[in-house]
Design a protein around this ligand. Structure first.
Ligand code: AMP
Ligand code: GLY
Length: 424
């Protein structure tokens, strides 16, 4: 089978690493890929949202399966483009259409969807004019959670205990267009207190396979201090997600979500990422994403024992019934190594050296210039480790970190440590 993977981050390098291990994969292309994926397949210099060029490539190379990594091409309708083009109708796609991707692309859409299907989530109200939003803010409980409706590169959520700051924020979003059209509606929702985790499924719209869960570390600094990032590390499994909790997640969240999509005739074939919060043992949905997480994927792929390709193929074809995935019991830890200054301004183009490690080093934001590997993004490298114990996996991941060097490297020192002596 010929596979095209769309994307260029650590998530895609980890997926490429797993796909490449499959005897079913005859050829792997990655668009646009990175120097890490270049070692596993052929990088094709195409933009992830250039559907015309991606379509032509698939036609020319007789690609069987397209796996979409990031959200932008999904929300912009890559599946709809392929499905509406007869010469591409034979190509299987892992990733929902434009409507299904609204689960991630519009927080108003996903909140209304959860409410229609009785899926536990924070209560929220949506506003499109700032006067009503401000008068609502004046009465609501603190802390106040304000969310831009659309995609805002992970920056569209503001949590504040100051009503004044909340009022300024809604005005910035609605009147000053701080997030462009993504902020033309805002949600103001109740604050939930608990511990977050991410749960992933592959679904063909009727059936689903649950993949290993993971905990992401979103803040830049140790002990969850400082601004939010794309993710500074990920641990899988998550100790507090025991069998009882995961049963609740499946019964109260996963199954009703898939049922809801089916009832609403939203054909969905792809990954669903459930961003959850554990509130005193009860799971609530914070957000849906229409894709896998980054860096969670890196830990999830390390733990997946089953061949990923038949699962992806069945997702695209609508034949996931009776399929299941097996995972290693071992712990997997990923540490994001980032450029100094991230998530603010940072320098690109610094030379990176990588020594031989026991566990994979996934590239996230790198580029090759001749024989030199250079940094090319905020999150540069995902260093991984595995172990029978969480402590062992953390230790191996930091050993991997010690083998990767560049001037101005920064990483969190505490990934996974909060889970070492976890008490429910
Ligand atoms: P989101 O983009 O919706 O995932 O929100 C970003 C982050 O804001 C989440 O990962 C949470 O840490 C936090 N957050 C979002 N909604 C809530 C909420 N209702 N209560 C508490 N924290 C929240
Ligand atoms: N790590 C969070 C995300 O991928 O959205």
């Amino acid at each position: 089978m010929k596979i095209l993977l769309v994307g260029s981050g650590g998530r895609e390098h980890a997926m490429a690493w797993k796909i490449r291990q499959s005897p079913l994969c005859d050829a792997l292309y990655v668009a646009p890929g990175n120097p890490g994926t270049a070692l596993l397949g052929i990088n094709i210099p195409l933009k992830v949202t250039d559907f015309v060029a991606l379509g032509k490539f698939c036609e020319g190379e007789k690609i069987d399966l397209v796996v979409v990594g990031p959200e932008a091409p999904l929300v912009e309708g890559i599946r709809d483009y392929f499905e509406s083009n007869p010469s591409l109708s034979h190509v299987g796609i892992v990733g929902p259409g434009k409507l299904g991707a609204q689960l991630e692309g519009s927080k108003d859409f996903s909140k209304a969807f959860m409410n229609r299907h009785g899926i536990p989530t924070a209560a929220a109200s949506t506003f499109s004019d700032s006067a009503s939003a401000v008068s609502y803010v004046e009465k609501c409980k603190t802390p106040i959670v304000i969310k831009a409706d659309g995609l805002a590169a992970g920056k569209g959520v503001i949590i504040t205990s100051s009503r004044e700051e909340a009022s300024i924020t809604v005005k910035e979003m609605l009147d000053d267009k701080r997030f462009g059209d993504a902020g033309s509606k805002v949600l103001i929702e109740d604050f939930l207190t608990g511990t977050e985790l991410s749960v992933f499924v592959l679904t063909d719209g009727a059936h689903y396979v649950i993949l290993p869960e993971a905990k992401d570390y979103k803040r830049i600094g140790d002990d969850d201090q400082g601004p939010n990032t794309g993710g500074m590390g990920a641990v899988s499994p998550v100790v507090f997600a025991d069998a009882d909790f995961m049963k609740k997640v499946e019964q109260k969240i996963i199954a009703p979500t898939i049922r809801g999509l089916k009832e609403e005739n939203i054909s969905y074939r792809g990954f669903i990422f459930f961003g959850l919060i554990n509130v005193s043992g009860e799971p609530y949905v914070i957000e849906y994403n229409a894709r896998m997480g980054d860096p969670e994927t890196q830990s999830v792929m390390l733990r997946l024992k089953s061949d990923l390709v038949p699962l992806l193929q069945a997702t695209a074809k609508g034949t996931l019934k009776d399929m299941h995935a097996e995972f290693q019991k071992q712990f997997a830890v990923t540490i994001s190594m980032v450029a100094e200054g991230y998530p603010g301004n940072y320098k690109k183009g610094t030379e990176i050296t990588i020594g031989a490690s026991q566990s994979p080093v996934f590239h996230a934001g790198t580029r090759q210039e001749g024989s030199r590997l250079l940094s090319d993004g905020g999150r540069v490298i995902s260093a991984t480790g595995m172990g029978e114990s969480l402590q062992g996996a953390i230790q191996q991941a930091y050993e991997t970190v010690s083998l990767v060097n560049w001037d101005g490297v920064y990483f969190r020192k505490d990934i996974g440590k909060d889970l070492l002596n976890w008490k429910n």
